[in-house]
Design a protein around this ligand. Structure first.
Ligand SMILES: [Cu+2]
Length: 454
């Protein structure tokens, strides 16, 4: 991010908008606080001098709503948490500020997005290959006020352009195409991935109450969704455990209330349990028939530990009358210098029915400015691999694993970053799956991902 550019923008904005300056006036901060000294911004030398006068750690802790946006990045390296998808918290070291930032009056706008051209090939009898594109665009508007913060979030995807059956992802299941369950493939995401608002009210120096929600949002269940966590930043393949951990990231109708401090966040949601249907261009009817509760602990900027529980009403249209109780635990680590990793566990209980568990470990390591290594290991008991009722293996649960490694070469292109890379995956499965899947199926993906980063 270009500090000088943002500083200039923020200075221009704060000079032009009395409310912003006024906010700083009753912040009670020392005069050496950057942004307080509004004199001499018209010469370049003093701008760069001011840019170096960062807030102290203490400022970041005690005057959160008063930190000028230009210095939030510095504070984020001190705060123990940063924002993930929905209301999820990530380690403070996670770089969640990637994107293009513009001040519009008192509003800070952030545009973030990526498009990835991908080719996936999976071998074996259930394998397939496909050339396709995944995409995501996110626009947020946020504003600090003297009592807290207001934020609007919108997120879109053009994945509905691809066919309903999505793209090959061996052992992945979930949602439908043509009324039939999708198996060994990843479903496309909906056009509207998020349309939500969040209001934070400061109730003490270190405590805010917040309300989040909208027609499309993410309830307080599971870790931050895969496309919004650093540990999966360059991984082009969704987890095969998506429907154990983060499948609720697009939910039609969510309201979440919570309390947040530096280190803790406790929140609860009421939301729609039904997964998105296969009409991917519309906004579905909210039902508010399900609930979840989540606790997150950020002991330091390196860690985010999360536990959540939710009861979902009839999530799957192909399993009418069947509810789901989902318990997830996750530990996310980020060292702030290129390494981000997550380990997670989920237990999904069908009601009525059995419980199936899933494990996930993933890592992304930006070795230097140009090279990234990443990978993911998953293990899950899945009973949806044979949806045909006449199949002798129908409804039987099989514990399968996927081990995937990948590499990305990152090339800066102005405000964009182009990541070129590939992944290789191998699988472990019981012998009973040799006939339908082949003895040693393999998966490969090549990708070219363009992201707006500044
Ligand atoms: Cu998804």
């Amino acid at each position: 991010m270009k500090h000088s550019y943002l500083l200039a923008l923020a200075c221009a904005t704060s000079l032009a908008t009395p409310a912003f300056a006024q906010e700083q006036d009753h912040s009670g901060m020392d005069m050496d606080m950057p942004g307080m000294d509004m004199s001499g911004h018209d010469d370049k030398k003093s701008v760069s001098k001011n840019a170096m006068r960062m807030p102290t750690d203490d400022d970041c802790w005690n005057h959160v709503p008063d930190i000028p946006f230009v210095h939030i990045e510095k504070c984020r390296s001190i705060w123990p948490s940063s924002e993930g998808s929905g209301t999820a918290r990530l380690p403070g070291n996670e770089d969640s500020m990637r994107g293009h930032h513009v001040m519009a009056g008192e509003w800070m706008l952030m545009l973030h997005g990526s498009v990835s051209a991908q080719y996936t090939k999976v071998t074996g009898p259930r394998g397939d290959d496909k050339l396709y594109a995944t995409s995501m665009a996110m626009l947020t508007a946020e504003r600090q006020t003297d009592w807290g913060r207001v934020r609007f979030i919108s997120m879109f995807s053009l994945e509905p352009l691809m066919k309903n059956r999505g793209y090959p992802n061996l052992f992945a299941t979930g949602e439908t195409a043509g009324g039939l369950p999708i198996v060994d493939r990843q479903h496309p995401h909906d056009l509207f991935m998020e349309l939500s608002a969040r209001v934070d009210v400061n109730v003490a120096d270190d405590t805010t109450l917040f309300l989040y929600g909208g027609p499309v949002g993410e309830p307080a269940l599971g870790p931050s969704a895969f496309m919004h966590r650093g540990s999966a930043r360059y991984n082009p393949e969704p987890p095969i455990t998506h429907h154990w951990f983060d499948s609720t990231h697009i939910t039609y109708g969510v309201v979440t209330a919570g309390i947040a401090t530096r280190h803790f966040q406790l929140e609860s949601s009421v939301f729609t349990g039904r997964e998105p249907d296969e009409r991917r261009w519309n906004i579905e009817k909210p039902r508010f028939d399900s609930w979840a509760v989540r606790a997150t602990f950020n002991p330091s900027p390196s860690w985010a530990l999360q536990a959540s529980y939710g009861e979902l009403k009839q999530p799957e249209s192909t399993h009418p009358g069947e509810n789901e109780h989902r318990t997830t635990l996750s530990a996310h680590y980020a060292n702030g210098s290129g390494l981000s990793a997550m380990a997670a566990f989920s237990a999904k209980k069908r009601v009525p029915g059995t419980t199936s568990t899933a494990w996930l470990g993933e890592v992304n390591w930006d070795i230097d400015n140009a090279n990234t290594l990443f990978g993911r290991a998953e293990n899950v008991a899945n009973d949806e691999l044979f949806p045909d009722h006449d199949d002798p293996l129908h409804d039987r649960s099989f514990r399968v694993s996927k081990f995937q490694i990948g590499y990305a070469r990152r090339v800066p292109l102005g405000p964009f970053e182009l990541a070129l890379g590939g992944t290789v995956a191998t699988y472990a499965k019981p012998n009973a799956l040799d006939a339908p899947y082949g003895r040693h199926p393999m998966g490969y993906t090549l990708f070219a991902k363009l992201s707006l980063v500044e």
